[in-house]
Ligand binder design. Structure first.
Ligand code: 8YV
Length: 311
């Protein structure tokens, strides 16, 4: 019996921290649903690590629930309207992961444009030693970059790309204090102006297919799309069609519509870099995310202000 229920697959470091708090840990929402009613009734705080919907039905199974502390900055899996209706507070883990996610976005861009996966294979296969030359690729520094969504992560990506002497463009809900960077109120206009489009939007219904067929076509046959946000933000069918037909130059993707299942059509595309949703996946950052998640729970249970509230 515990008033803290952790749901998800946690690292050993996080498990230690959760155990110290006396949390009960279950692997999944299904396992939570299977707990005896008396145990569910004890729960006041949930530590959630997952991408499956945590909505009104799940909250109803935990009648004493006061807080859901999400492991991740994106909390699109948690129904905030349902939480508000049930009087449940929600927290997330912003900022601690910005550097890692921004690093991965830039790395995917470099890998894609400099064809680093193919270069690696060229060395390992012996092709280089055998005298075969490696084809020239594309220069990255000094190109035109567009950031879709200039929140905290988008800003960190933009700062990195600006250091690559790029001409900076962005689209966001409103114009920001960004001297020298060009604001586009319309996402298609942004895509038309740039070589690289990096998607750093929040997930959820408002941004569903925000990177539409029109945006993808506007980016064009030399353009590259990088997505480190959520698979839901991109019209994936339109993306695949454009890549296969050569109407889009390439992509670097850390997130997918139906992850961890990735549409097999992606596997055949040589100009695409695929990553297993690992933007925040370093020992350092995951430890910081877990700590912040637990600190939010402690704050709630002690009656202190939440550190990073969402609602
Ligand atoms: C995941 C993320 O939370 O922070 C986010 O929004 O997408 C990631 O950091 C991570 O995969 C753990 O579930």
């Amino acid at each position: 019996m515990s008033e803290i229920l952790a749901i998800g697959s946690y690292t050993e470091t996080d498990m230690e921290g959760l155990r110290e708090m006396g949390a009960r840990v279950v692997e999944s929402l299904d396992a939570m649903r299977g707990l005896p009613e008396a145990e569910r009734a004890e729960v006041r705080a949930v530590a959630y690590k997952g991408h499956h919907d945590f909505g009104a039905d799940e909250m109803a199974l935990l009648p004493g629930l006061g807080v859901i502390a999400n492991y991740g900055v994106g909390y699109d899996a948690i129904r905030i309207d349902a939480a508000d209706a049930a009087g449940v507070r929600v927290t997330n883990t912003p900022d601690v992961l910005n550097d890692d996610v921004a690093d991965l976005a830039v790395a995917m861009l470099l890998m894609q444009q400099r064809r680093m996966l193919a270069g690696d294979a060229h060395v390992r296969s012996g092709a280089w030693a055998g005298g075969e030359s490696f084809p020239l690729n594309r220069k990255v520094s000094g190109r035109r970059a567009g950031i879709m969504g200039l929140g905290r992560i988008g800003r960190d990506i933009a700062d990195r790309l600006a250091a690559f002497k790029m001409e900076m463009h962005y689209h966001a809900r409103s114009e920001k204090e960004t001297p020298g960077w060009t604001y586009h109120a319309d996402p298609v206009s942004l895509a038309r102006e740039v070589d690289y489009l990096v998607v750093a939007l929040v997930g959820g219904p408002e941004t569903e297919n925000y990177v539409s067929k029109e945006v993808i076509e506007a980016l064009g046959p030399e353009g590259v799309l990088i997505n480190i946000s959520r698979g839901s933000t991109v019209d994936e069918a339109a993306l695949l069609d454009a890549l296969e037909a050569g109407r889009l130059g390439g992509a670097g993707l850390d997130v997918f519509r139906d992850e961890p299942r990735v549409d097999p059509r992606f596997h055949a595309l040589e100009r695409v870099v695929l990553q297993p949703h690992q933007g925040s996946g370093t020992h350092e950052t995951r430890a910081a995310m877990g700590r912040l998640q637990r600190d939010n729970i402690s704050a709630f249970l002690d009656g202190r202000d939440l550190l990073t509230p969402v609602n």
